[in-house]
Design a protein around this ligand. Structure first.
Ligand code: FES
Length: 500
């Protein structure tokens, strides 16, 4: 099923693919919210801008978010103060609050109709044992001089024990917003090419960069890598400092009047709530079921847990849309924004937005635009993309290294113990054929699809995702459909397939 956001626009916004070589000031790779926000600001400033997008506009990450615009990133500020001090925490909050204002300004200036509305944002708990953590966060946020509120009543259809409320946050329809940005970029003279896969970026002799697509080239002084997960491995080494998380969303007609506000709790099982407009109705969007991409999951633990939760409060409800989303998680929980690598001056990146990319992408776009224009940005140092230390999250780093090493080496050496005959229809698994691993999927009629289950990014062994019928990579989160077609980066090449 498609995401609610992609359904609301009915007709996808598309552009032609790049079919000739071109020279420009700035080449932006990726037409999600970060890439298009950069393109918007830069084309408005008079730069010549070319945007390359592998798929359609917003089809992958931005079109699958919950689209909350907020500086409330879970219970985060107590952590930030403990790990990095008050000044960093205060700048982080200020930068994200500013981003809410910036987005509203863009919408007003460009008259973008995207269902933007201010809403209060809450992190809540239904457990007495967690109230202390909420109160600690309230104290942390207040110590930064920001007016948050501790509340024990909300609009949710169940009782809570406590919540921290940030006022004047917002929500919108991300696809309508992206389409509005596209119109403005074109009006300001920018160029957008969809279904144009960037495969490499190299510096040439006259200090310009050449971005290669599968058919043509873009020559430019500046490049912005705005793919969800950076696809250039060396230099940069982003694959050593980020992993991806998959979570699930449903949009539900509850047949009841809904509440105001955007909500999320902070311990498992996580549930996130907001409302959205669709064909004259107000729908409830519920998210959760998170797991590291590539780890085994089942319907009950993903969409199933969301549906069960909604039925408790809205027994007559009907699920209209189901979709999943993925997020890049940096190990120290702060996005990477700035120069891609010291070895690639004038190439910039914004990634690792965790689950808050709608807001952080605007922070990132402003930092990158300031860098290109030679302006000082007050928040730049917090997000410096080339930082290595301090990694404040050593447990997560250790887990990531252990899992990647397993999938890259040990799992590949282990014999797959599934028999071909035991794979049921509408399911998949890895089997062993002549000492080679083969990924098999049998569709509902028993038709067989066979792929080489080795990720085209850095070669990790893929695992079968029975919820979405995809091959997923446990190392850095690339995903492929059952026919081997690449769906999600950092890999951009399809899997090898076997004729059956
Ligand atoms: Fe990196 Fe698969 S995503 S090896």
């Amino acid at each position: 099923m498609n995401s609610l956001w992609l359904e609301t626009v009915k007709k996808a916004r598309d552009f032609s693919s790049l079919s000739y070589d071109i020279e420009t000031d700035i080449c932006i790779i990726g037409a999600g919210i970060f890439g298009l926000t950069c393109a918007y600001y830069l084309s408005r400033l008079g730069f010549k801008v070319v945007v390359l997008e592998k798929d359609g506009i917003g089809e992958k990450s931005t079109g699958h978010t919950t689209a909350k615009i907020t500086s409330q990133h879970g219970l985060f500020y107590d952590y930030l103060i403990q790990a990095y001090g008050k000044k960093t925490a205060s700048y982080y909050l200020e930068a994200n609050e500013k981003a809410i204002e910036n987005i509203k300004q863009i919408i007003d200036k460009e008259k973008i109709k995207c269902d933007f509305e201010y809403q209060n944002s809450y992190v809540y708990t239904t457990k007495k044992s967690e109230v202390r953590a909420i109160k600690k966060e309230v104290s942390a946020v207040e110590s930064l001089g920001y007016p948050c509120e501790y509340v024990t009543k909300t609009g949710l259809p169940f009782d809570i024990e406590g919540a921290i409320c940030f006022k004047n946050q917002a929500q919108l329809n991300p696809i309508k917003y992206l389409y509005g940005l596209c119109d403005s970029i074109i009006n300001y003279g920018g160029h957008i090419y969809t279904h144009s896969v960037a495969t490499n970026v190299e510096k040439n002799n006259d200090d310009m960069y050449v971005t290669y697509t599968d058919t043509n080239t873009v020559k430019s002084k500046y490049v912005i890598i705005a793919t969800h997960y950076p696809f250039i491995n060396f230099p940069g080494l982003y694959f050593t400092k980020m992993y991806q998380s998959t979570s699930y969303l449903i949009a539900v007609d509850t047949k009841k009047t809904l509440f105001n506000g955007m909500y999320i709790n902070f311990t498992n099982p996580i549930f996130s709530y907001r409302t959205a407009k669709y064909e004259g109705k107000e729908l409830l969007i519920v998210g959760g079921g998170d797991h590291k991409t590539g780890q085994p999951s089942c319907y009950q633990d993903t969409y199933g847990i969301l549906e069960k939760e909604v039925k408790k409060y809205y027994p007559d409800s009907e699920v209209l849309f189901r979709w999943n989303t993925r997020d890049c998680m940096s190990l120290d929980k702060i996005p990477y924004i700035g120069t891609y690598s010291n070895l690639m001056p004038n190439v910039y990146v914004g990634t690792g937005f965790k689950k808050w990319g709608m807001t952080s992408s605007n922070v990132a776009a402003n930092i990158i635009v300031d860098k290109i224009c030679g302006n000082k940005n007050k928040y730049e140092h917090i997000f410096r993309s080339s930082r290595i230390k301090p990694i404040k999250n050593r447990d997560e780093m250790k887990n990531m290294i252990v899992q990647s090493t397993n999938s890259l080496f040990f799992e590949k050496l282990k014999r797959a113990n599934m028999d071909f005959d035991k794979i049921e229809n509408n399911s998949g698994s890895i089997i062993e054929v002549n000492s080679q691993k083969v990924g098999i999927y049998k569709d509902s009629e028993g038709k067989i699809y066979a792929v080489k289950p080795i990720c085209t990014h850095l070669g990790c062994l893929l695992s079968w995702n029975d919820v979405d019928k995809t091959w997923d990579c446990p190392c850095h989160g690339s995903r492929f459909d059952y026919k081997g077609k690449n769906l999600y980066d950092p890999a951009f090449k399809d899997l090898d397939i076997y004729e059956v």
